[in-house]
Each structure stands twice: as C-alpha cells, then as structure tokens.
Write a protein that binds this ligand. Sequence first.
Ligand SMILES: [Zn+2]
Length: 160
Amino acid sequence: MASYLSTQRGKPLLKYLNYYYIVHYAKKDIEYWRCRLRPCSGRLKIQNEIVTVTTAHNGHELTAIDHEVVKCDHELRNITPNAEIWHPSTIVSEVLQKLSLESRPSMSSDIALRNRLQRIKRKRYPESIPKTREEIDIPEHLKLDFRGKKKNEKENKKIM
Ligand SMILES: [Zn+2]
C-alpha cells in the first residue's frame, strides 16, 4: 500500500514498500515518483490508484529515514557524558531534535529511549546508586512521622 506523507519542507512524500519517493512529474492522469535518495534511479508511477514500480532501486538497503533512525539510535547508544550527573530525558530530547519529522514516527518512544539511557547510566555509574540507607538523602520534611513530629536519628533507623 502506498501512503502519502509530506517532507519537512511540506513537499509530498510517498511511502511504498519501505521506500520513500518524491514527486518527479505528472502527465495526464499518471503520477511519476522517484526515489528520495539521490542518485538512486528507483521510480514508480501511479495511475488510477494502481502503483507500478517502473525502475528498481540501486541496491540501497535502507531508506533515507532508516538511515536517520539508525544514526540517531547509534548516537544514543554511544553517548558518553563525562559526569555522573546527566539526565536521560535531556539527552533524549537533544538527540531527537536532530531527527526529521518524517523519521520521528519510526523511532522508539521517548519513554523507551529514556529507560534505555537510564539502564546505561546505572551500568556505567553504579556508584551513583545509593547502596546503603545512610547514602539516601532524605528531604527534611519526609523525616517527620505521621503525626508531623520530627524523628530523632535512632528512631529513624529503626523504622526504615
Ligand atoms: Zn532508491
């Protein structure tokens, strides 16, 4: 099935069998489309809603969008922030900004990407995860008991 999309610049884009085409020209009632990747000679025509591939693609396996997604994915995987304090969400949004609008739907969801980075972070900086109760920095207001009274150190340890 062919689906009509539009490029980031608003030009018509056609997706057919995992390849992306841009309009080449139209003659009478026939639309001619050419592969989005230059200099590939992949061509198709549409007449009465029937799609015919007229020229095969030049052996490129990935579409332009595939390439972009793969590149973005690679970038996320190989991210090497040099500090322990970095936020997966910030990195994900920075990397995703480089993706074109057409490629965005082919990429994993923000949440999935953030979770993946979180796992990378934990693996790389296991010391950033508190190992003991003492290392957990509890905000003062949470140190109160249910009556709103402040617990002393000894009681706190017993309760946790
Ligand atoms: Zn092509």
